[in-house]
Design a protein around this ligand. Structure first.
Ligand code: SF4
Ligand code: SF4
Length: 439
C-alpha cells in the first residue's frame, strides 16, 4: 500500500501515475457531480472520459489538440473526487496531466511571454501587484470603468464585458502595510497564529484580510503576519507549472516555520488546498520534505480553525437570510463542509437556507473564468438559479475567487444578492455586538 502511494507521487511530473488511473472502474457515479458534463453531456468532458483519455496518453497515445482542450475545459474543481466511491485522486491526476502537457507544449512567442510575465513576474512580486492594483484603482475611481460599462464599449468586444465584470475592486489602502506586523489578541491570549495574506488578495481583498485578523483577535489569537511570505503557487500548479509552485512553497515554508505557531491560517480555500499539499509537492525534495510535512500539519483554513476552538459568542444580530456556496477547494479539496455552516448558524439573527447542489462549482476555478469564460458563465448561470431559489439576499462563501464570480453572477444575471466571506459575517456580528453595548 505504501509502495503504491509513493509510486503515485514520484511519477507525477511525467503525467498521472498508472496506479491512480487504474483506480477508475468506469462506473459513472461521478458524472452528475461534474459541471462540464452537466452542461455539455459529452463523455470526453466528464471525469470518466478525461481519465480514459489520460490513460490512453499514459499508454503511448499522442497528446493531441483535442486532448488538451478536453483537459483545459476541466475546472479542476474535484467534485468528481468527492463523488467517486473508488477513491480516484482526480485532483492530483489533472495537475500531473497538465504538467505533462506543459512540458511538451509549444506556445506562440507572445502567449509564452504573457504567461511568463503573469506567473514569473506578477504573481510572486509585491511591487508588480501594487503597480497593477494602483492602475486598477485609478481605472475604477476615475469613473473610466463606469463610462466603459455605460457606453457598452466592452460588449462590442465579445466576452470582454463578462471578464471585466469579474475584475476585483482595488481596495485602497492595500493590505501590504500590515505584512510584517503582529496583532494582539482581544482579551487573554489563547493562541498564537501565523496568517498567510495571499498575493492578489493584498490588493483586491484587503478589507477581507483585515476582517480575518479582527475575527481571530476577537477569538483570543495573537496574529503574526510574517514578512517573508508570498504567493502560495496554487495558480502555477493548476496551470502545470510545478517547478515554479515548488519554489514558492519553499519560500512560504521558510517564512512560516521560523516560529512555533499553533496554526498557520488562510482565508482563501483555493490557496489552502495547495498549501495543504506542500508535503506532496515537495515529497522528492530531501531538504524540504520533512519541513513541508510540519507546515502541512499546522495549516488550517480560517473556518476550520474557528470551528475547532471555543468560539467567542459575543455577537450582535445580523438580520439577513443567507445561503452558503461551498468553495470547491474547501469542500472537495480539503473535505471541509460543516465548519463554515456551523459558524454561520452561530450568528444571531441570521436565517440559513441551504441551496440545491451547494457543492457544485460556481465556475470560478482560479483563472478558469477568464480563460474559459463561456463555460464559466454557463455554470454560473445555473449556480445563480440555485442560489435564487432560496430567496436569500446574501450568498456566503469561503474563497475570494468564488466571491468575485458570484458577485459577477448577481450583476450579470440581475439577481442582486450581496456576497460575503464567512469571516466577514462573523466580523459584522462582533462589530454589531460592540455597537449595541456602546448604544
Ligand atoms: S474536476 Fe470538476 S470539471 Fe474536472 S472532471 Fe472533475 S468534476 Fe468535472
Ligand atoms: S472516477 Fe470514480 S466515480 Fe468516476 S467513473 Fe471512475 S471510478 Fe467511477
Amino acid at each position: 500500500m505504501a509502495a503504491s502511494s509513493d509510486l503515485a507521487v514520484s511519477k507525477r511530473a511525467e503525467g498521472p501515475a498508472q496506479a491512480d488511473l487504474d483506480k477508475c472502474v468506469h462506473c459513472g457515479l461521478c458524472l452528475n457531480a461534474c459541471p462540464t458534463y452537466r452542461e455539455l453531456g459529452v463523455e470526453m468532458d466528464s471525469p470518466r472520459g478525461r481519465i480514459y483519455q489520460m490513460n490512453q496518453v499514459a499508454n503511448g497515445a499522442e497528446i493531441t489538440e483535442s486532448y488538451v482542450q478536453h483537459l483545459e475545459l476541466c475546472l479542476a474543481c474535484r467534485g468528481c473526487e468527492t463523488a467517486c466511491p473508488s477513491g480516484v485522486p482526480y485532483g492530483r491526476m489533472i495537475e500531473a496531466a497538465r504538467a505533462q502537457i506543459e512540458n511538451q507544449r509549444k506556445r506562440s512567442w507572445w502567449k509564452q511571454s504573457l504567461r511568463k510575465l503573469a506567473f514569473d513576474k506578477v504573481l510572486p512580486s509585491r511591487t508588480a501587484l501594487q503597480v497593477l492594483g494602483t492602475g486598477l484603482y485609478v481605472y475604477q475611481a476615475s469613473g473610466l470603468q463606469r463610462v466603459m460599462r455605460a457606453t457598452g464599449v466592452l460588449k462590442l468586444m465579445g466576452n470582454l464585458s463578462n471578464i471585466e465584470a469579474l475584475s476585483p475592486a482595488a481596495e485602497i489602502p492595500f493590505f501590504y502595510s500590515k505584512i510584517g506586523k503582529t496583532f494582539a489578541p482581544v482579551g487573554k491570549r489563547r493562541y498564537r497564529v501565523g496568517f498567510l495574506a495571499g498575493c492578489i488578495a493584498n490588493v483586491a481583498f484587503a478589507r477581507l484580510n483585515e476582517a480575518t485578523v479582527r475575527v481571530l483577535q476577537k477569538n483570543g489569537c495573537e496574529v503574526v503576519i510574517p514578512a517573508a511570505q508570498g504567493c502560495c503557487g496554487a495558480l502555477h500548479l493548476h496551470s502545470g507549472l510545478r517547478n515554479e509552485a515548488q519554489a514558492l512553497a519553499r519560500k512560504n515554508i521558510d517564512a512560516m516555520l521560523t516560529e512555533d505557531f499553533d496554526a498557520i491560517i488562510t482565508n482563501a480555500a483555493g490557496c489552502g488546498s495547495t498549501l495543504k499539499e506542500y508535503d506532496e509537492l515537495l515529497a522528492d525534495d530531501p531538504d524540504y520534505c520533512a519541513k513541508a510535512r510540519e507546515f502541512r500539519a499546522r495549516m488550517k483554513d480560517v473556518t476550520e480553525f474557528l470551528a475547532s476552538i471555543e468560539l467567542n459568542r459575543d455577537m450582535g444580530v445580523v438580520d439577513v437570510i443567507a445561503t452558503y456556496q461551498d468553495s470547491c477547494h474547501l469542500a472537495h479539496g480539503q473535505k471541509i463542509k460543516n465548519a463554515p455552516r456551523q459558524l454561520l448558524k452561530a450568528v444571531p439573527g441570521l436565517v440559513f437556507r441551504e441551496m440545491p447542489m451547494a457543492d457544485l462549482c460556481c465556475g470560478s476555478a482560479g483563472i478558469y473564468n477568464l480563460v474559459q469564460n463561456d463555460m464559466a458563465m454557463r455554470i454560473l448561470q445555473q449556480k445563480m438559479e440555485f442560489a435564487g431559489s432560496t430567496k436569500a439576499s446574501l450568498i456566503v462563501t469561503a474563497n475570494p475567487g468564488c466571491m468575485l464570480q458570484l458577485a459577477a453572477g448577481a450583476k450579470v444575471f440581475g439577481s442582486g444578492q450581496q456576497i460575503a466571506h464567512v469571516v466577514e459575517v462573523l466580523d459584522e456580528a462582533y462589530r454589531n455586538y460592540a455597537a449595541a453595548r456602546v448604544g
